[in-house]
Design a protein around this ligand. Structure first.
Ligand SMILES: NC(=O)c1ccc[n+]([C@@H]2O[C@H](COP(=O)([O-])OP(=O)(O)OC[C@H]3O[C@@H](n4cnc5c(N)ncnc54)[C@H](O)[C@@H]3O)[C@@H](O)[C@H]2O)c1
Ligand SMILES: O=C(O)C[C@H](O)C(=O)O
Length: 327
């Protein structure tokens, strides 16, 4: 007998990330090939026709795991009893626009959606915020949902993690699958701090293999931090398939476990590494049995402290900018 279906709510269902995400979820890439799913799709009233078109295509794939699809413009319908929620819907950054410009417009969306989650979602719901500015949007949703455990709210730093992994593999000539223990600290913004000081390849130090601090600081770190901008410059729109892929990686590892590997998740700080409590910050974690555990007690040198504090400061400023909305 098949497992009971899990309810997965996705906002921004007519958007370009969702266009990649929905088909992969329905194909079992997120929860496994034996887990039936119900998709609960949220988008704005003016996007409902486009969502219906996407649903027609989902139907035309004849996915065996896809049990039902709900389409709505009401967050309370979309999030009802949801086991997993991917908050993708937001306004994407266009050429020349900084992420901070998006803060106010998106803050209102995430206040409303946080309240709806508080009211109707499963009490065990796992939430991933993708829509930018993702860390602060996740903070707003979390603060708007006081009845849900704070640890259920996460923001997406996995695309940055995957970008770092790919750059390190190219530079070192090592296989992506052999590289472990990389971190992207902080905010999903140019202040992020990609850090491979602890990275290993089959147990050996990757830092020693690369042995080029100038490359680290002048090439690697800015390449990873500005990759989103580079994709926008090249495509004219922000990354979509790679963002959807990272969202799947993030959720799948959270649910099914990372098998001891470090992954980067934006999670509410509990005060570790000098990051103020509740700030949604990129940390290294391992995941098992549906829970994440912080990788603790890593040595933070002076350069790392400086970089980590830069992201902390930016996030505090973003938090301050939305304080009035949180009552
Ligand atoms: N964290 C990351 O690593 C990362 C990576 C890439 C993109 N992003 C962000 O993801 C978001 C979505 O990107 P996209 O390319 O899919 O954008 P898109 O413009 O193609 O789609 C966004 C969708 O969200 C919908 N939407 C807007 N407001 C909504 C609301 N209040 N409720 C429900 N739906 C709403 C829009 O109607 C649209 O269909 C953007 O904010 C983008 O910056 C984050
Ligand atoms: O910076 C953006 O808006 C794009 C996105 O967050 C990305 O990292 O690709």
């Amino acid at each position: 007998m098949s497992k009971p279906a899990q309810r997965i709510a996705i906002s921004g269902a007519a958007g370009q990330i969702a266009y990649s995400l929905l088909f992969r979820i329905a194909n079992g890439d997120l929860l496994g090939k034996d887990q039936p799913v119900i998709l609960q799709l949220l988008d704005l009233p003016q996007a409902q026709a486009a969502v219906k078109g996407v649903v027609m295509e989902l139907e035309d794939c004849a996915f065996g795991l896809l049990q039902d699809i709900i389409i709505t413009d009401d967050p309370k319908i979309a999030f009802k009893d949801a086991d997993f929620v991917l908050l993708v819907g937001a306004r994407p950054r266009s050429k020349g626009m900084e992420r901070k410009d998006l803060l106010s417009a998106n803050a209102e969306i995430f206040t409303v959606q946080g309240r709806a989650l508080n009211e109707v979602a499963s009490r065990k719901v796992k939430i991933l915020v993708v829509g930018n500015p993702a860390n602060t949007n996740a903070y707003i949703a979390m603060k708007s949902a006081p009845d849900l455990p704070q640890k259920n709210f996460t923001s997406m730093m996995r695309l940055d993690h995957n970008r770092a992994l790919s750059q390190l593999a190219a530079q070192s000539g090592q296989s992506i699958t052999d590289i472990e223990k990389i971190i992207v600290w902080g905010n999903h913004s140019p202040t992020m701090y990609p850090d491979f000081r602890f990275a290993t390849v089959n147990g050996a130090s990757l830092t020693q293999m690369i042995n080029d601090e100038t490359w680290n600081r002048k090439v690697f770190m800015p390449t990873v931090a500005k990759r989103g901008t580079a994709v926008i410059e090249a495509r004219g729109v922000s990354s979509a398939a790679s963002a959807a892929n990272a969202a799947i990686d993030h959720m799948r590892d959270w649910v099914l476990g990372s098998n001891g590997r470090w992954v980067t998740m934006g999670v509410p700080s509990t005060g570790a590494y000098g990051i103020p409590k509740e700030l949604l910050y990129g940390f290294p974690v391992t995941t098992a049995n549906g829970e994440y555990t912080l990788v603790s007690d890593l040595e933070i040198d002076a350069f790392s402290r400086e970089r980590m504090d830069l992201a902390r400061q930016e996030l505090l400023e973003e938090q301050n900018g939305v304080k009035h909305l949180l009552g």
